[in-house]
Each structure stands twice: as C-alpha cells, then as structure tokens.
Design a protein around this ligand. Sequence first.
Ligand SMILES: NC(=O)c1ccc[n+]([C@@H]2O[C@H](COP(=O)([O-])OP(=O)(O)OC[C@H]3O[C@@H](n4cnc5c(N)ncnc54)[C@H](OP(=O)(O)O)[C@@H]3O)[C@@H](O)[C@H]2O)c1
Length: 242
Amino acid sequence: MSRRTALVSGASRGIGAAIAARLAADGYFVAGTATTEQGAQNISAALNGNGVGLVMRVEDADSVAAALAQLTEQADPPTVLVNNAGITRDNLLLRMQEQEWEEVINTNLNGLFRLTKACLRGMIKARWGRVVNVGSVVSRMGNPGQSNYVASKAAIEGFSRSLAMEVASRNITVNTVAPGFIGTDMTDELTDEQSEAMLSRIPLGRVGTVEEVAGAVAYLVSDAASYVTAQTIHVNGGLYAA
Ligand SMILES: NC(=O)c1ccc[n+]([C@@H]2O[C@H](COP(=O)([O-])OP(=O)(O)OC[C@H]3O[C@@H](n4cnc5c(N)ncnc54)[C@H](OP(=O)(O)O)[C@@H]3O)[C@@H](O)[C@H]2O)c1
C-alpha cells in the first residue's frame, strides 16, 4: 500500500509542527502548511523527504485550492486531515472590534469548514479517512477575554460530531482533540500573572507539551482508533474533567 497522505494545517510551529513530525515518524507522507513561503520551506526541510511544506491561508478559498492542487501533483490526495491552524484576538466583548471577531471566526471556523470540505471527496473515494480538529479546553470552561476564540472552538466540536455522523458509513472518522495549557507561541502571549493563575489550576502541576497533544492526534488517525468517532479527547493535565 502506498503511504497515506496526512495534511496538517498550521504546521510551521507549536502544536502543528509536533503533529507533523509525529505523523511523519509514524510513516505518513505529511503536507504541513504555513502562511508564508519561508515557513513552507522550513516545514519541507524539517520533514526531510517525508513530506512537504505548503503555503496556505485557510481563510482564503483560492489559497486552499492552490495548495491542494500543488499537493496532489506530488502525492495521493490527503486521507488524513488535521485542522490545527488557529489564532487568538483576545479582548473583552465590550471592547471587541468586528475585525477581531471576524478574523478569529474566519480562520478557526470558516477555514476549517473550507479545508475539510475540500479534502472530504478524496476520503470518500478512498473509502477511508480521518479528520482530527484541534479544539480547546476553553470551549468547555469558557474564558473571559476570549469570547470569539471560545465560540470558534465550541463550534468546532459541534461541527465534528455532525460531520462524523454524515460520513461514518464511508469509513471516515471525525474527532476533536482539545488541548489545555500547552507551551507554544500562543500561550507565550499570556502575562506571567495569567500563566501562574492557569498553572495553579492544573492537577498535574505543569504546562503540557506539544508532543503530548501530537500523541492524541496520532492515536486518532491510526487504525487502532477505527471505532472512535464523534468524540473529543481532552489533553489538559486534569485542568477540566469533561
Ligand atoms: N497552545 C495552547 O495552549 C493551545 C491550547 C488549546 C488549543 N490550542 C489550539 O491548538 C492549535 C495550535 O496552537 P499553537 O499554540 O500551536 O499555535 P501557534 O504556535 O500560534 O501556531 C499557529 C499555527 O497556525 C498557523 N496559522 C495562523 N494563521 C493562519 C491562517 N490564517 N491560515 C493558515 N494557518 C494559519 C500559523 O502559521 P504561521 O507560522 O505561518 O503564522 C502556525 O503554524 C490552534 O488551533 C489553537 O487554538 C492551543
């Protein structure tokens, strides 16, 4: 059997980079995306022959189509999709600008809809597929200052459950991985005070690593998880018991 192609959005750094590295180590041909040409080149270099970096902005339909066309010139259409790309634009709702709301929804939610739809046909044709969407613990807990981000992440879980039911008969599973507090550029933006407050609430007493999130994704896309669909796996050190 030829190698399965796994597409990971937002693979230039943080959790996405760890997922791309893990899936490459597990034997997939990995396409990882970045928003810049330099980022895409770095991904290609990091994957070291086991995949390719692509430029993709998930909020831009033309960019998504161009990246997928480029990918299918050199590999089978992706049958594993990890929707990991995500951004924050934090503000209290009273101060939140329309642009802050729209950028988050367009990237985290509309981008995920667009990319998933574009990849689904190939999975249906292959009669096998895995979609893993990266949510967040805050979709269950709520988080002041993040109503836009939390709305997008809560929507992702509902989207995943519904799509799972639509495509189950085609042997395609759809699940969410919900990370807690993981050490990346995204969490580096928090103030020391915010970080300490968050840490004090984590029973395992530490921030999670990107590899620990990648491990949950690797399980969900594997054959071992063939009977797991419409679920959310929480990777949060006990911060929230779902
Ligand atoms: N870190 C945490 O504690 C945490 C917790 C819960 C959930 N999450 C979720 O986990 C995912 C990864 O988070 P992270 O902390 O690893 O983030 P990160 O370090 O900020 O990296 C974000 C990734 O998304 C890409 N990206 C940004 N805007 C994009 C766009 N418009 N189109 C396509 N790609 C875009 C970035 O590409 P460039 O490098 O080109 O900008 C980068 O690869 C996100 O969905 C986030 O919401 C993170």
